[in-house]
Design a protein around this ligand. Sequence first.
Ligand SMILES: NC(=O)c1ccc[n+]([C@@H]2O[C@H](COP(=O)([O-])OP(=O)(O)OC[C@H]3O[C@@H](n4cnc5c(N)ncnc54)[C@H](OP(=O)(O)O)[C@@H]3O)[C@@H](O)[C@H]2O)c1
Length: 311
Amino acid sequence: MIAVQINSFGGYEKLTINNNATKPTLAANQVLVEVYAASLNPVDKGIAAGYLKDMVHLPATLGGDFSGVVVQVGEGVSDFKIGGRVYGQAIVLNGGSGSLAQFVAANAGNTALQPNHISFTEAASLPLAGVSALQALEEHIKLKAGQKILIHGAAGGIGSLAVQIAKSLGGYVAATASSKDKDYVKGLGADLVIDFRSEKFEEMLKDYDAVLDLVSGETTNKSLKVLKQGGIIVSLLAPADPELAKKLNVTAIGQLTNTNTQYLIRLAELVSTGKVKTQIDKVFPLNQTLEALKHLGEGHPRGKVVIKIKN
Ligand SMILES: NC(=O)c1ccc[n+]([C@@H]2O[C@H](COP(=O)([O-])OP(=O)(O)OC[C@H]3O[C@@H](n4cnc5c(N)ncnc54)[C@H](OP(=O)(O)O)[C@@H]3O)[C@@H](O)[C@H]2O)c1
């Protein structure tokens, strides 16, 4: 089969497209999926560069998010049948075989049936970004109607879904994005969009219930000032300074997203009912994955970059 593989670490430029890669074998509690599409996440670039390299055995297939059709069911799997249209996460770090390939072995626990009435390309854009947004908003923040939330990085893969989910939960959403993305983020439903380069969000907002931090750096600690006492900030990179958070009487946590079946089902429900719409910036064929990874890092995409693998 064809697969995008890491043979040595050092960046995505060193990836190879292997036309004779070995088809993955199934372990118990896994499904083998013929991949129709896969989407890229910043972590994929990190893995190619050698991030967590002790956990990655070479050669390894890159990629996590996938959509496709089940072709084989492993021992112990009862929730999926051959022919089922599924989506999920199969990054090598969670025991999957990597999704940038014609076939992927995925843990049944990181897989679910796709949302109804959407294409494979759209379904592949959702898993890690959508579940990251859902887990932060529903499990950690527990956003309620009428509450005010600030979402940093709102035009990106996670942010473009988080704005929609926060609005569907009834929140008032302020968002940061670059000036070129202001109208785009407004169109997703944000009530207020702040240009992160020319405006100072920390001087414009106060008494917020929550912050979803998809950006990190100095943005994280500055965000503590917009929270009211008892508020919460969830960061997907480094969490805020715990001492400062304690002093201001706010909760600061870091999230490691768990793309499990339960969240994928909840995400599918939001998409199937039209409350959340997939956001795709650009679609590339598998043999242009290196160009797609360059676009992810340098092209300032709105929403997700997807690799189409089978028509
Ligand atoms: N902890 C976990 O389990 C987990 C899971 C998934 C993702 N993540 C991390 O979460 C982060 C976001 O992921 P993503 O997929 O949404 O990335 P993404 O698609 O690259 O989006 C990031 C967005 O942030 C914007 N941005 C950059 N600097 C900013 C600033 N100072 N203020 C406001 N916005 C800014 C970017 O705008 P421009 O394009 O205009 O620069 C871009 O739209 C990544 O770092 C990723 O590695 C962590």
